[in-house]
Design a binder for this molecule. Structure first.
Ligand code: 26W
Length: 814
């Protein structure tokens, strides 16, 4: 892409101008933040012309727009990505260097926008990157949380949450548009009235409302000149909201009411997978969906747009159930406001929405109590009931003698309380339903939504997740990026399949040496960062064994811990034992209310402390658990990994995406047949993957036959010893109570079969230990992991969505 700023002098000039006129300071007095702002603004400036041009071009083309609705976007830092996309990285570095400034210090000033919990939010960020790179007309809509995912700290090894004030120093990337505020009504009641044509109609008389203010963010495609938009909504109180109370003469109450309204976009819910059914969460969901639909219909489609043409012009992709309230909202707009007959409106909706499911855990499927939904969104509840009535009538025709089946498919659940099953609503109305990896989609079809897939077999499809190679190799692993470009030439960052061209080099000693040297360098870089960031000192000459993901029982961090304790005990028993030195790296946040997960964090830290202080171990084992794992840390941590831990119980992890990032950066996976691991194994080959554990059908069979974790405990001496040590207080100064809940839960229930998979896991880890000793063979496998990971680009995922679900095409630059 030609750039106006791609010579260093011009760039420097522009940067100094931004500093002077944007920040109002001269170079000698500039703070880190001033420098960061000036640099960000310089790059932003460069992208802006492209942005306006892209929007213009896409509007004119009247092409179909992909509207991605997501309550979370886990974006990571913006500066480096904007530089990379616009091809200005080297120029900027030279300019900053030339001024005697330090680029890394400027980079480190940026606080990442952590507007997501984990996989689902990061996936949304990868997808908008790919949509922009593939030149698809697309808008991402979401919430501008004032506080993103909490900042994790450890006190005495226990997780403590701090607010994430990512906006304290402002953000140079956002464009607020307070003049474009959208009103969002809440509560009240509905009324029937007769329209001019004599037909009965419904109107919603709301009780209170808030304003949604849009904040625009640029989403630059990688060297395409295409810049898409991410539009996040922030809640503001309305005048009316205050006046209402002001008129009653209660000033303090009025101010409180204002605070109440603005609460809606205040904080990201830190739970992933266990919805709490909280009123504020439903408010957030409706808030952003109502703003987004209104904005799309009026501002994007433009005045005079005929909503009957919606199916040609848009697909609303629902990122899990969080935005599913968009379905009754669009029905309400079409029927109540646009006066379109019910059946026709439903027909439109059936073509405009598609739903992605990201989980299999039954407790993670969102339901909203009828009482709550009716109180907050009375008209939406009526609409949902009518959709359900129509649907059940249709089912009764299809299954006249099977009332049980009909009831089990109802959008409304009756027990334990009357509630709306949002996944069912999305499935009934959505044109397509997809899972996020082959196995997950299969289990969705066969288990979670089996009645629906029997009724609508063609509705169900799979789109395996992907990750953006721009951030997760281009930015994260510059040395490997350079080696790859030197080897296979340019262009592979937007055509990741081309990595297969590396395969022949897996047997080239010079290439393997270069590759190994890069790993060493990346380990060093990580060690440097952790020493500065956390005061953690890492041995260099060790295998880096990495488990980074949210803390959840089904992901089985505890199983990893049992392995660590087992190795430790082997060394205690036989101090001369020859084992490959390992650093166990953990990164994991626990939902603040998920007690056993927080205990597990404390246990990891406790085991780490004991191992650290035991001279027997003498640098051979090290547990490193840096606090506050986030996108920024991931970018340094992942490229340093040798071994990738993907050890969830088969059938529980929908896909996983960290597994893909690690493989792409040349870590070998030790993993179960779960989520996308299955496809990674297929891609990289069994010889380059450490497979272990029960398969999903075996898991099912064990559950059916009545699982007895105690039997595994009793029959396995090493397991008995490891768990016994935890129980006896070996990691809690003799306090047997400290970790008793973890031990008891494993011995008595062990919902996720950690004990059943223990032996198989240990054996796989012993194979890892052996394999690592053959450096050449290990590096060869690592290279093959890189070469065969091209499939896991989010560009490929987006192409699959285009082909299987969206039926939209690129709009090319003029
Ligand atoms: C609080 C309600 C709730 C329920 C589910 C919040 C968030 C969720 C998400 C669906 C959890 C999530 O992030 N799922 C992950 O999605 C990733 C992207 O598809 C997958 O790779 C992970 O396997 C899946 O756990």
């Amino acid at each position: 892409m030609p750039s106006d700023l791609d010579d260093v002098e011009r760039f420097t000039e522009e940067f100094l101008k931004r500093l002077q006129f944007g920040q109002g300071v001269a170079l000698p007095r500039a703070t880190k933040n001033d420098l960061y702002y000036a640099l960000a603004r310089t790059v932003r400036q460069q992208l802006m012309a492209r942005w306006l041009e892209t929007v213009q071009r896409q509007m004119q083309a009247k092409a179909k727009v992909v509207v991605y609705l997501s309550a979370e976007y886990l974006l990571g830092r913006q500066l480096d990505n904007a530089l990379l996309a616009s091809g200005l990285t080297d120029t900027a570095e030279a300019a900053i260097d030339g001024l005697g400034l330090d680029m890394q210090t400027i980079r480190d000033t940026e606080v990442e926008p952590g507007l997501g919990n984990g996989g689902l939010g990061r996936l949304a960020a990868c997808f908008i990157d790919s949509l922009a790179t593939l030149r698809i007309p697309a808008i991402g809509y979401g919430i501008r949380y004032e506080y993103g995912i909490f900042r994790q700290t450890f006190e005495d090894g226990h997780q403590v949450e701090q607010p994430d004030s990512w906006l304290t120093l402002g953000s140079p990337w956002e464009f607020p548009h307070p003049e474009m505020g959208v009103k969002v009504p809440f509560a009240g009641h509905t009324e029937k009235y007769l329209g001019e044509d004599g037909r009965e109609r419904t109107r919603w008389v709301n009780d209170w409302e808030v304003i949604g203010v849009p904040y625009n963010y640029m989403v630059p495609g990688y060297r395409t000149g295409n810049v898409n938009t991410l539009r996040l909504w922030s809640a503001r109180a309305t005048q009316a909201f205050d006046l209402h109370v002001f008129n009653n003469g209660d000033y303090l109450q009025a101010v409180r009411s204002q605070a109440f309204a603005e609460n809606i976009s205040k904080v990201l819910y830190p739970e992933d997978s266990t919805p709490q059914g909280k009123e504020l969460r439903l408010q957030q969901q409706y808030f952003f969906v109502a703003c987004s639909l209104r904005d799309f219909l009026t501002n994007v489609m433009g005045p005079g747009f005929d909503p009957r043409k919606l199916p040609e012009r848009v697909i609303f992709q629902l990122n899990d159930t969080h935005p599913v309230i968009a379905i009754p909202e669009l029905m309400r707009i079409l029927v109540d406001e646009k006066d379109i007959p019910w059946d026709e409106a439903l027909d439109i909706c059936r073509q405009c929405f598609a739903y992605t499911c990201h989980t299999l855990l039954p407790e993670a499927l969102e339901v909203w109590p009828v009482e709550l939904l009716g109180r907050l969104l009375p008209r939406h509840l009526e609409i949902i009931f009518r959709i359900n009535d129509d649907f059940l009538a249709e089912l009764r025709e299809a299954y006249p003698d099977d009332e049980l089946r009909v009831r089990s498919m109802s959008i409304i659940q009756e027990h334990p309380e009357r509630a709306v099953r949002m996944a069912y609503l999305a499935t009934v109305v959505g044109a397509k339903v997809n899972g996020v990896a082959e196995l997950h989609s299969q289990l969705l079809r066969d288990k979670v939504l089996s009645d629906f897939s029997a009724y609508w077999p063609d509705k169900f499809t799979n789109v395996t997740n992907g990750i953006t190679p721009r951030r997760f190799i281009g930015l994260a692993n510059p040395a490997l990026t350079e080696l790859i470009t030197d080897t296979i030439g340019d262009g592979w960052l937007r055509d990741l399949g081309r990595l297969v061209e590396l395969e022949p080099h897996a047997d080239d000693p010079a290439f393997l040496d270069a590759f190994a040297a890069i790993k060493v360098g990346n380990r060093k870089r990580l060690a440097g960062l952790l020493e500065r960031r956390d005061g953690i000192v890492l041995p260099q000459d060790a295998m880096y064994d990495v488990m980074v993901k949210r803390l959840h029982e089904y992901k089985r961090q505890t199983l990893k811990l049992l392995h660590i304790v087992t190795l430790y005990q082997r060394l205690q028993e036989n101090p001369d034992l020859d084992i490959v030195p390992r650093v166990f790296l953990f990164g994991a946040k626990a939902a603040p209310g998920y007690w056993i997960a927080k205990q597990t964090i404390a246990l990891i830290n406790a085991v780490g402390r004991v191992i650290d202080n035991d001279p027997i171990v003498a640098g051979r084992l090290k547990v490193a658990f840096p606090a506050n794992y986030n996108v920024t840390l991931a970018e340094t941590l992942i490229p340093a990994a040798d071994l990738s831990e993907q050890i969830s119980l088969a059938g529980k992890e929908a896909s996983g995406t960290g597994n893909m990032k690690l493989a792409l950066n040349g870590a070998l996976t030790i993993g179960t047949l779960d989520g996308a691991n299955v496809e990674i194994l297929q891609a990289v080959g069994e010889e380059n993957f450490f497979l272990f554990g029960l398969t999903e059908p075996q898991v099912h069979a064990i559950y059916e036959s009545g699982y007895q974790p105690r039997e595994y405990f009793q029959n396995n001496p090493e397991l008995r010893k490891a768990l016994g040590a935890i129980a006896s207080g070996a990691f809690s100064d003799g306090n047997r109570e400290a970790f008793a809940p973890i031990v008891d839960s494993l011995l008595h229930e062990d919902r996720f079969l950690a004990l059943a998979d223990y032996q198989s896991y240990i054996e796989a880890q012993d194979r890892v230990d052996l394999a690592y000793r053959d450096t050449r063979a290990w590096n060869r496998s690592a290279v093959l992991n890189v070469a065969r990971s091209g499939f896991f680009s989010s560009d490929r995922s987006i192409q699959d969505y285009l082909d299987r679900i969206w039926n939209a095409s690129p709009v090319d630059a003029s």
